[in-house]
Design a protein around this ligand. Structure first.
Ligand code: TXA
Ligand code: MG
Length: 309
């Protein structure tokens, strides 16, 4: 609690705060402070034309950051916030170029995690209106799902005034679903735990559920990649890392990195498993992607990108 108050104060002073969300850890800065936001790009070594998601504490704050909000976007916000969903909307005048990467749109999200929400509320009490936060990892690398992973990943780049908050393990484990809400129909830009089926059921609008209909944000095909080579096809050889549902037996001689019981556990454990491969110095990881729709689609998206690393 006291720790969260100090973290909110650190944000006001223009410092960085890494904080847990229900998806992954975010690396946060005051979304209205250009110098603070510049630190995020520096720490992550991220190209400056890559926009950042602004985290807000409730859907009421949408209209501070966005204009021309379609009815369907309000409905999505009402149904799935707080939660693992980011809405891309036309930005208001407080959504500056240093947040949007020079685009006319802004990404907004209300995270569903006690620490993140508490931080947002404390920050708001001090006059803050939004916390811009990408995933707390170096650009192109695997996202972090524990405070310890954040320290390993970017700790050396942070200053003494920056803070890494501890907290509950993210219940989802992969990044939010990103939905473009700037057209007459919503379009998924990055698949996540809010699935095409859920969006369709909520809005009763047709949405592509086919993987090829899903445009994934960012021009970089490779992402979420560990140092180990990730392979999605072929036999696992002795000495390889192995990631698969628990129903799939472990090939002999491989290092089993996780054994999730179902697709939800798969999403939750995936990034820690990829990091473990690097900690163990493995050269290669064989991952068997889960089949089916829903969050399995998002897991396959992350695995495919990791395999292009
Ligand atoms: O679950 C999440 O979304 C996590 C947690 C920390 O909230 N954040 C996250 O941020 O994954 P990041 O920066 O690693 O990925 C955000 C993606 C980027 O690919 C970025 O290009 C896209 O969102 N994005 C952000 N604002 C956008 C905008 N205005 N238009 C299009 N894409 C946008
Ligand atoms: Mg990221």
């Amino acid at each position: 609690m006291e720790k969260i108050k100090s973290a909110a104060e650190a944000l006001v002073k223009g410092n960085l705060v890494a904080f847990p969300t229900e998806t992954v850890w975010g690396l946060g800065a005051d979304a209205e402070n250009a110098d603070a936001v510049a630190k995020i790009y520096k720490v992550k070594q991220r190209p400056s034309d890559h926009p950042l998601i602004v985290h807000i504490s409730s859907s009421e704050e949408i209209s501070q950051w966005a204009i021309d909000i379609p009815e369907y976007a309000r409905e999505l916000a009402k149904a799935f916030w707080p939660g693992p969903m980011t809405l891309i909307l036309k930005g208001s005048d407080i959504a500056k170029d240093f947040i949007t990467g020079g685009q006319p749109t802004v990404g907004l999200r209300v995270p569903d995690h006690p620490t993140a929400l508490e931080l947002l509320r404390e920050f708001q009490k001090l006059g803050g209106r939004g916390i811009s936060a990408p995933s707390a990892n170096r650009f192109g690398k695997v996202s972090t799902t524990s405070a310890e992973d954040v320290r390993d990943e970017i700790g050396a780049e942070l200053s003494d005034q920056d803070i890494i908050l501890d907290g509950e393990t993210p219940r989802v484990g992969i990044e939010s679903t990103i939905i473009d809400c700037t057209k007459s129909f919503p379009a998924i830009l990055r698949p996540g735990a809010i699935t095409p089926e859920m969006i369709h059921d909520q809005l009763r609008l047709e949405l592509g559920t086919d993987e090829k209909d899903i445009r994934v944000s960012g021009s970089h095909k490779s992402h979420y990649a560990p140092a180990a080579k990730v392979v999605l096809e072929g036999e696992a050889k002795p000495g390889d890392g192995f990631i698969a549902l628990s129903s799939i037996p472990t090939p002999s001689g491989v290092v089993r990195l996780c054994s999730p019981e179902d697709v939800y556990e798969y999403a939750k454990e995936l990034y820690a498993a990829l990091r473990k491969a690097d900690q163990l110095g493995l050269a290669r990881v064989v991952a068997i992607p889960p089949e089916g729709e829903g969050i399995a689609l998002a897991i396959r998206d992350r695995l495919e990108r990791a395999s292009r690393g």
